[in-house]
Write a protein that binds this ligand. Structure first.
Ligand SMILES: [Zn+2]
Length: 244
């Protein structure tokens, strides 16, 4: 073949294969505690380490690519993109780190985002600044913002501080950019989004379902997420994480 034709064929094949693997749906999961339920708080906000490990092993063994918001653009190029997130910065998220270390292989790098409440860092049951540094430097966790004090932002008088100061504090701890915010209780509105986009590229709600790109203005500031609960079975999990 002539060089130009080779170039064109190569371009077409690459072009098509890229389109062929582009996922239609990007599931974004939300967890809170990774621990056995000991009778305190809401049971559905716990996922046992055994269940979590089973779920993550399913992702690994079924060709998923775990991403964080820094690598969001990869959602359009990798096979079966998925984002795993943890809200509230619980100390027991260390259990997820241990599970990730066990599941990591040459071909599979587990990745997840922890949304920490900046004023709660170091409280009993919460990750400390030292923990966040270790997790952030592990190559498997991105530490992002869940505000300063966890208010309903749609009613917060000090909206700008909640957005700005939490970003600053977490960046100071990890030394890495904070580009995503998880809205407490999933609550957001026009005013919150307008303010959030001054500081963040991504905003996370708890509207269930996968992200499906529609090209709408500000769609990245209202990303949906699906809860994985104590009672979520592996069969339910498999349906939630489908990418086509
Ligand atoms: Zn929360």
């Amino acid at each position: 073949m002539k060089p130009l034709i080779i170039v064109m064929v190569t371009w077409m094949v690459l072009g098509f294969s890229d389109a062929a693997i582009a996922a239609e749906r990007v599931p974004i999961l939300v967890y809170h505690s990774i621990a056995d339920f000991a009778g305190h708080g809401q049971k559905e906000l716990y996922v046992t380490p055994a269940h979590f490990e089973m779920q993550m092993r399913y992702l690994r063994d079924n060709g998923y690519t775990m991403l964080t918001f820094e690598s969001w653009q990869e959602t359009e190029h990798v096979q079966k993109p998925i984002l795993v997130t943890f809200d509230d910065g619980y100390k027991n998220n260390i259990n997820a780190y241990k599970i990730f270390q066990r599941l990591k292989t040459d071909k599979f790098l587990p990745a997840a985002t922890i949304f920490a409440i900046s004023d709660f860092i170091g409280w009993t049951n919460r990750l400390t600044a030292g923990d966040l540094k270790v997790l952030g430097n592990s190559g498997m966790f991105s530490i992002q913002s869940h505000t300063v004090t966890h208010p309903d932002l749609t009613k917060a008088a000090n909206l700008e501080d909640e957005l700005k100061l939490s970003k600053q504090k977490i960046e100071n701890i990890t030394g890495k950019p904070v580009i995503a915010i998880s809205y407490p209780y999933g609550n957001t509105n026009h005013r919150v989004i307008q303010q959030a986009k001054e500081y963040y590229l991504f905003g996370l709600t708890t509207t269930p379902g996968p992200f499906i790109k529609k090209g709408l203005k500000e769609e990245y500031l209202q990303l949906p997420r699906t809860y994985i609960k104590y009672s979520t079975s592996l069969d339910e999990f498999k349906k939630i994480v489908q990418t086509e």
